[in-house]
Ligand binder design. Sequence first.
Ligand code: URA
Length: 196
Amino acid sequence: IRKNQLITYPNNSYEKLKSEARECQRCHLREQCTQVVMGEGSLENRIMLIGEGPGADEDEKGRPFVGRAGQLLNDIMKDVGLKREDLYISNIVKCRPPDNRAPKNDEMEACSPILKAEIEIVEPKVIMPLGSTALNYLVEDGLSITSKRGEWIERGELFFLPTFHPAYIFRNRGAEEDVRRDFKVLKKASERIEEL
Ligand code: URA
């Protein structure tokens, strides 16, 4: 994430960010989707989950991770004792890519000022990238989610703990245990977040 693109949102101007995001026309994805889907959750607890982009259900409801993958994510979080509202959940792009394809580089770049502003506001100590698109965009291009999931990756003041995207579990049931394990680690980290 390039610092020179950071927008500064002092004074808790999260509401301002949300209303600016709703008006965003920085890329053509907005022309084809129903609405901009902003992140949501705790601005205090300094933990972020970041997915790829809204799907059909998110596009319809205007909230991240509310479809089938989101339900599974909720179940896994509940199992390990994490409350969804205690984390901040967002996506790399805020508008649904057509046919749920992965967002393209120019779309992710166009959307990045919103994500950067969310990161400035939440000031996460831990970011959990969900799936390879988020891992590669947020941490480093070319990293394999299969080999990096469950591993702490330190970048300056920030710790990344990547895991599989919950939608991947539908195609690879064996991945559910891995994701559950990674969320247990996240839960432990959440209990000592101020020490990180
Ligand atoms: N998949 C994502 O990456 N994000 C969502 O919000 C929903 C599904």
